[in-house]
Design a protein around this ligand. Structure first.
Ligand code: FES
Ligand code: FES
Length: 163
């Protein structure tokens, strides 16, 4: 019988418990144990960002993190970004600006975009398009939709600055 380890953590704001083999990745656990299939497996090597989720206060490539290391942490996935009320502002901006093509990279891209904007706590420094592009450089889009992605993130920055 395969060894499984019990872990408990906050998942999209709710405490959950599950059993995972020691070598299972966070990405596989989220997809298989919780049906949270937003994060995608693409490179599996930490190079493309398709699997990006937020753990505690930073984003990570969930294909590279063992699921057991989620124990006691706060995990947020793309499914936890919006809510029953609808899409979160970053998700809506991607839709409104036509930034989504095949969509495969988008859950990771949007998680990273939200993180980049949230990190900019000094609102007196408005992130430039170059800042946004730098913040998203670990997220690869094979459909090459970067211009519209940056448009969407820049629009969110403007909206949130005027709110
Ligand atoms: S699938 Fe995780 S970084 Fe590419
Ligand atoms: S929208 Fe297709 S890979 Fe990014």
């Amino acid at each position: 019988m395969q060894l499984e380890i019990e872990i408990k953590f906050s998942l999209n704001g709710r405490m959950v418990q599950t059993k995972v083999p020691p070598t299972m990745t966070t990405l596989v656990m989220l997809r298989e144990n919780f049906d949270l299939t937003g994060g995608k497996l693409a490179c599996g090597e930490g190079e493309c960002g398709a699997c990006t989720v937020k753990i505690d206060d930073r984003t990570i490539n969930s294909c590279l993190m063992f699921a057991v290391d989620c124990d006691g942490r706060e995990v947020q996935t793309i499914e936890g970004l919006g809510g029953v009320a609808g899409l979160e502002i970053m998700q809506q901006a991607f839709v409104d600006h036509g930034a989504i093509q095949c969509g495969y990279c988008m859950p990771g891209m949007i998680m990273q975009a939200r993180y980049v904007v949230d990190q900019n706590t000094d609102k007196s420094h408005q992130l430039s398009r170059d800042d946004i592009a730098r913040g998203l450089e670990g997220n690869v889009c094979r459909c090459s939709g970067y211009t519209k992605v940056v448009d969407a993130v820049a629009a969110v920055i403007l909206d949130e600055a005027s709110a």
